[in-house]
Design a binder for this molecule. Structure first.
Ligand code: ADP
Length: 324
């Protein structure tokens, strides 16, 4: 192996060691607030609460049994939209759905319920990462048990983004070693990309995300230049107030409804290296990188799960063999 390969492997091992000695709890800021929603809340109202609080997900609480009832995410709203598409005559009923109906909605549209994984905050962060990759969960609730009452408590939720940010901020001496271009390490997806155009309807893009099981669709023009990206979380403002009939409007219209604080689209080239990507993560709120050529034409997409997978698993087996 070249010096470049050796450095790269050393950087990855350094990060993995770091993830094994830190806990999920370490990722949390010193002070934070957590919005937890009661399972009895109307789905329609939950949208407003997320929007007002500037969040895209929240843990659910079953107050009858005093238990954690799963995580509400944009996937749940996409399920409701699919339900509405399959049973358009039931719009009055859709309006009356509560968060506790989400499981029934999954059953009605025939999607498999997402595995509700949670981790204990004091377990190694490495474990939370492996769980995320295994279940494809983009966020994991940290659930503890109260010593006195024996009841579950949701401490917080950690996301892929938070973990990668934590790595970026605390591991510069390791990330700096990651000097191989993304082209050489095959980071991201470059074939069969699902894309859409500004004139497509929001509904078309949602169906595309469901079909490919992805959380973002690049919006391109006729020469494949990247104009924007429609994300699963963009669905939330679209159906605010139960306006499901507006989903037939165009992607262009929907994207103009984005909140002021929208962090923007991040692009990179195939010649960029992971050290530069970690710099971007350190500085900004990145949820994926769109890989473009010099003319801003779409080449590929690097999701946070692609990065997390590479950082955790690349060369793992070889390592195991050597260690064993
Ligand atoms: P994440 O799990 O980080 O939210 P995604 O669900 O968007 O990311 O991505 C899952 C996988 O699908 C990744 O390997 C990613 O490279 C790939 N992918 C993401 N968006 C697209 C797309 N529009 N077309 C094809 N593949 C995609």
């Amino acid at each position: 192996p070249s010096a470049l390969d050796r450095d790269q492997m050393q950087g990855l091992r350094g990060i993995r060691e770091f993830l094994k000695v830190r806990t999920s709890y370490d990722v949390l800021p010193l002070s934070f607030r957590l919005v937890v929603l009661d399972n009895d809340l109307l789905i329609k109202k939950s949208l407003n609460i997320l929007i007002q609080n500037g969040i895209v997900s929240a843990p659910l609480w079953d107050s009858r049994n005093s238990t954690f009832a799963g995580l509400l995410t944009s996937t749940d709203y996409i399920n409701v939209i699919q339900y509405y598409c399959q049973f358009p005559d039931e719009i009055d009923q859709v309006d009356q759905f509560r968060l506790s109906s989400l499981r029934d909605i999954e059953r009605a549209i025939g999607v498999l319920p997402l595995e509700t994984v949670s981790v204990h905050p004091m377990r190694p962060l490495y474990e939370a990462c492996r769980r995320m990759l295994k279940t494809r969960a983009r966020r994991i609730p940290l659930v503890d048990v109260d010593d006195e009452t024996g009841r579950e408590m949701v401490v917080s939720v950690i996301t892929q983004y938070r973990i990668l940010k934590f790595i970026a901020v605390n591991n510069e001496k390791h990330t700096i070693l990651l000097k191989k271009p993304v082209r050489d390490i095959g980071l991201g997806t470059y074939t069969n990309l699902a894309t859409s155009t500004m004139n497509s309807s929001v509904l078309d893009v949602i169906h595309l995300m469901v079909k490919h099981n992805i959380s973002a669709v690049p919006i391109v023009d006729e020469s494949n230049k990247v104009l924007n990206v429609f994300e699963a979380v963009d669905v939330i403002p679209c159906i605010k107030g139960g306006a499901y009939d507006e989903l037939t409007s165009s992607v262009g219209d929907a994207l103009s409804k984005r909140a002021e604080e929208f962090p923007g689209i991040y692009t990179c080239s195939e010649d960029d290296r992971l050290d530069a990507i970690f710099d971007t993560i350190r500085r900004s709120r990145v949820h994926r990188l769109i890989v473009v050529d010099d003319d801003n034409r779409l080449r590929g997409i690097i999701s946070l799960s692609d990065i997390l997978k590479y950082v955790l698993l690349f060369g793992e087996e070889e390592d195991d063999i050597r260690a064993g």
